[in-house]
Design a protein around this ligand. Structure first.
Ligand code: ADP
Length: 294
């Protein structure tokens, strides 16, 4: 699977993960980028019985497209070819009875009607920030951020969960990094964590009530995003840094996180398309909702 197709599969997964009211922008960002930069889709060249069932009685139909061989194999066996999404999107206007595309019809499917395809051809990409409930280990992304401690050798909370999921090779790589200063960030591979390619380890401040807390917390977000840029990550998932054992008040932490990420994105147009802020505890999610709605 090409990286762009993988990124599309990830964005669709996260859209389902978020459930009702999930914003479509993360998916649109990946498709619009792929329209410009050669996103290859897998197209079946035989019409299986399952596909015929997808067709309407009036002869109108959706064309099935797949992001990976695994997605193809969820249905009846079929031969396939690869096609750039640009070629498919541009040809759609000429296929009168075709209603659009159905991406991954046998799995987490995404329906793109003709009007949506038309809109996506000139869609203005803007990196999107999603606030989601749950662990940073749930969304599928290029990189997850770990709220680590200065040693980078593992700890409690999300740090422990990430080390357990990644396995002992992560600890071995972390040993080579010589720790990390508060507010800085360092990257490793994700090892046994299949939901991401890289891990960006950052160290949040232990809350003290001093003005430096805010500066250091902001720096965790921007340093992590700088790392993601270096790594070439398309999407990044953050936990709420310092709001667990390190005791940072939730409302202020949410404000610092959101403004730091938004400012960074304004200054860095390009590779990074989607940011997910993961709220493991309900209170963290509620703090973000207060901030956004207030
Ligand atoms: P910190 O020391 O930076 O406060 P914590 O790990 O205590 O780090 O908390 C950071 C974030 O990770 C918070 O959003 C917290 O709710 C979340 N978190 C805590 N434990 C887990 C876990 N087991 N899995 C996923 N996220 C967790």
């Amino acid at each position: 699977m090409s990286d762009r197709a993988k990124e599309l599969e990830r964005a669709i997964f996260n859209w389902y993960l978020e459930g009702d009211n999930a914003a479509p922008e993360p998916i649109f960002n990946v498709i619009a980028d792929g329209y410009e930069y050669d996103l290859q889709m897998i197209v079946p060249i035989e019409t299986s019985d399952e596909m015929i069932k997808m067709m309407g009685d009036d002869g109108k139909y959706f064309i099935p497209l797949f992001t990976s061989k695994d997605e193809v194999d969820k249905g009846e066996p079929t031969s396939t070819i690869n096609q750039p999404i640009k070629v498919l999107f541009d040809a759609l206007e000429n296929w009168i009875d075709c209603l659009g595309f159905m991406i991954n019809p046998w799995g987490q499917k995404l329906v793109l009607e003709k009007s949506t395809v038309q809109m996506l051809k000139s869609y203005e990409r803007r990196a999107h920030i999603s606030i989601i409930r749950g662990s940073v280990l749930e969304p599928h992304v290029s990189a997850i951020v770990n709220a680590a401690n200065n040693s980078l050798l593992g700890g409690g909370g999300v740090d422990g969960a990430i080390h357990r999921a990644a396995g002992p090779e992560l600890l071995a790589e972390c040993r080579t990094l010589n720790g990390c200063e508060t507010g800085a960030a360092k990257s490793t591979k994700a090892y046994n964590i299949t939901t991401a390619d890289d891990i960006i380890h950052t160290v949040g401040p232990v809350y003290s009530g001093k003005p430096t807390d805010r500066v250091q917390l902001s720096s965790c977000y921007t340093s992590s995003l700088d790392e993601s840029f270096e790594n070439g990550n398309d999407s990044v998932a953050f936990p709420c840094i310092s709001t667990g054992v390190y005791g940072y008040p939730l409302d202020e932490a949410a404000h610092v996180a959101l403004t730091s990420i938004a400012n960074w994105l304004d200054d860095h147009y390009g590779i990074l398309k989607n940011v997910y802020i993961c709220c493991f505890r309900d209170e963290e999610y509620e703090a973000y909702m207060r901030l956004i709605k207030g």
